[in-house]
Design a protein around this ligand. Structure first.
Ligand code: BG6
Length: 474
């Protein structure tokens, strides 16, 4: 399929001086320009409270691309990209200028701002007259808890129609996350064992070796449960566990996800472990502890690590524990799903291979990096004796498709410009995910420290007993 640029429209990014714009949005837009996938006359209007000025914005964009783009900066692409950039301060004057600049035609307005700034901005957009012709992209977390999320939805719907609202969770733009649907519903073999009869337990790990990267002000009010579990990890969970949709349409998939979230038990504070990193070593380098980071309170109890056990009350999954964990400053960056199947009912090799132990079959889904899958099973070692050894079947994106997956934000920005909401969240499932985490927010469990560069506090290992946390070795 050849991709074509979406219809003519502009993009306004509110909060353009922030981490997300630098790390993901500007590099993704640059790569879309490189692929001729932005509308030919589309402007990229950056706005932020910090008054960068036009030159400052251009410099920031260039540095962001140099540092974070998946492709090196090419001067001719840069010239075309740069000619689209316009900066306005995020204040009344700036809004008026932005309106004047793009009032004709359509536009995407991207709110790359913390959750507490969103309601005010919705009102501002209404007051300045930037509602009609706007597709609004909202970043997670949507609200800060169930009550504020309900209030946010109320404010949003006073101003915008649901068809204009794009709630983004960039994990849904990742090839490996979308591949969960292909894997489950384009293959007959695994779907038959995708249930409580065959699966012993499931683990989902989203580990990062980086810290909060100067985002102390944002992170202090959020923490790992809201930043990652309530959205990225839950989205992975929903695609793994939802029922097959009747058709692969946006609404059918979103209906099944909603039904799934409805059956997920709320998190119990007693089976939720929270951690916070102290100083330690990452890749041989000394890194500071969380409370030494800029913008963080000295007595902060914000968690940078969460591990929790979750149960799903439906016929397919009743009784199967799902263990979820995420953390900053862990030993390495990996997002992985591990599905452990039930053990064989009887070890038949006792007479010929006494005392032998065999590991259950496992499916490792490498969401990132080294995107792919590994299925482990038992085989006979060559030789005169019947010795059993674990072996694996591997699938790697790079080897099979000859390239690494594109950045998730590129596809999601294109989808929003096209008006395709399949990979965006519906309000009902957002509210359900708040319902699930709310007890753990209301009664936060004690905070345990863990040295940077480890796999979190030992209490997380107790949580998963009788199992152990598993990751495929790199
Ligand atoms: C963001 C979180 O949504 O996802 C960050 O706010 C986190 O804290 C990031 O670092 C991770 O994204 P990715 O695509 O690098 O796994």
């Amino acid at each position: 399929m050849t991709l074509t640029a979406p219809p003519e429209q502009d993009i306004i990014i509110l909060g353009v001086s922030g981490d997300l714009a630098r790390r993901k949005l500007l590099p993704s837009l640059y790569n879309l320009v490189a692929q001729d996938l932005l509308p030919s006359a589309g402007k990229i209007i950056g706005m932020s409270r910090t008054n960068l000025g036009q030159e400052g914005f251009i410099n920031l964009a260039r540095e962001a691309i140099n540092e974070f783009s998946r492709n090196d900066l090419d001067e001719s692409v840069w010239d075309s990209f740069k000619s689209r950039l316009i900066f306005f301060p995020l204040n009344a004057t700036g809004y008026a200028l932005a309106k004047e600049c793009c009032e004709e035609g359509e536009r995407v307005v991207y709110l790359s701002v913390p959750p507490w700034a969103v309601p005010g901005i919705i009102v501002d957009l209404h007051n300045v007259g930037l509602v009609e012709g706007t597709r609004l992209i909202l970043e997670k977390p949507f609200g800060n808890d169930l009550t504020s999320a309900v209030e946010l939805e109320r404010i949003l719907h006073k101003v915008f129609d649901e068809s204009q609202i794009f709630r983004i969770d960039h994990y849904l733009g990742k090839e490996t996350v979308q591949n969960i649907l292909a894997f489950r519903f384009a293959n007959s073999m695994f779907e038959r064992v995708w249930n409580r009869d065959a699966i012993q337990h499931v683990q989902i790990t989203m580990a990062e070796s980086m810290g909060i990267e100067g985002r102390g002000n944002f992170y202090e009010g959020v923490g790992a449960l809201r930043d990652v579990v309530q959205n990225h990890v839950f989205q992975i969970l929903s695609l793994l566990t939802m029922e097959p949709p009747s058709k692969m349409t946006s609404e059918d998939i979103r209906n099944e996800k909603e039904k799934l979230f409805y059956t997920v038990q709320a998190l119990q504070p007693a089976s939720t472990v929270r951690g916070q990193y102290s100083a330690g070593n990452i890749d041989g380098e000394r890194v500071p502890g969380y409370i030494e980071e800029e913008g963080v309170e000295a007595n902060s109890t914000t968690e940078t690590f969460v591990a929790t056990k979750l149960m799903i009350d439906n016929w397919r999954w009743a009784g199967v524990p799902f263990y979820l964990r995420t953390g900053k400053r862990l030993a390495r960056r990996t997002t992985e799903i591990v599905i452990t199947f039930k053990e064989v009912p009887l070890y038949l090799f006792e007479d010929i291979c006494p005392g032998g132990e065999i590991e259950p079959n496992r499916l490792f889904i490498h969401v990132q990096p080294d995107e792919g899958m590994v299925f482990t099973f038992q085989a006979k070692q060559p030789g005169p004796d019947m010795r059993i050894q674990e072996v694996s079947m591997d699938f790697s994106y790079r080897d099979s498709f000859g390239k690494d997956p594109a950045e998730a934000y590129e596809w999601l920005l294109l989808d929003a410009m096209e008006g395709d909401r399949t990979l965006f969240l519906r309000a009902d499932s957002v509210l359900q995910s708040w319902r699930i985490v709310q007890p753990a927010l209301d009664n936060p469990s004690p905070i345990h420290t863990y040295p940077a560069g480890t796999w979190g506090p030992p209490e997380a290992d107790d949580l998963i007993k009788p199992y152990v946390w598993l990751l495929d070795e790199p």
